[in-house]
Write a protein that binds this ligand. Structure first.
Ligand code: FES
Length: 144
């Protein structure tokens, strides 16, 4: 009886470790394609040139050196671009951005690419900044 219990316990632990490793690998693969653009703030806004995007690229991490949190600029064909602060709304931790969503490694919250909560403990959506589209660049209104 004891050996059966030990077998089940060992098997479940091995499965949990494999599942965790698989999730980490999937996360690393999907986040590796999101490129980072270092940008500056001028007059409370951040300009992101269209030329910083590759033709099929729709996500860009915008990093402002003096800011704690990065911004994720999301552009979808035929839709207005959105800019999300990569700050978990549960306890203010940096989020990990992937092509399938945003994840918090501290307590496991996750968010969609539109900023909605997919899984808690966070209950509030991500902070979003207005984005204006010009002829050759986006302007993120950072101090709004
Ligand atoms: S700080 Fe992100 S889930 Fe707790």
């Amino acid at each position: 009886m004891s050996s059966r219990r030990n077998f089940i316990k060992t098997s479940c632990l091995a499965c949990a470790q494999f599942a965790g490793l698989t999730a980490v690998l999937a996360s690393l693969q999907s986040c590796s394609s999101i490129r980072i653009l270092e940008a500056g703030i001028s007059g409370g806004s951040i300009d992101v040139p269209f030329s910083s995007f590759e033709p099929e690229e729709h996500l860009k991490i915008v990093r402002v050196p003096q800011q704690v949190y990065d911004i994720l600029l999301v552009r979808q064909p035929g839709q207005t671009a959105t800019a999300l602060l990569l700050q978990c709304t549960h306890e203010d931790t940096r989020l990990v951005a992937t092509n399938s969503g945003l994840y918090c490694n501290l307590h496991g919250s996750s968010f969609s690419l539109s900023g909605d909560v997919k899984a808690g403990p966070a209950i509030r959506r991500l902070k979003q900044f207005p984005v204006t589209e010009h002829t050759d660049h986006y302007t993120i209104q950072f101090n709004s």
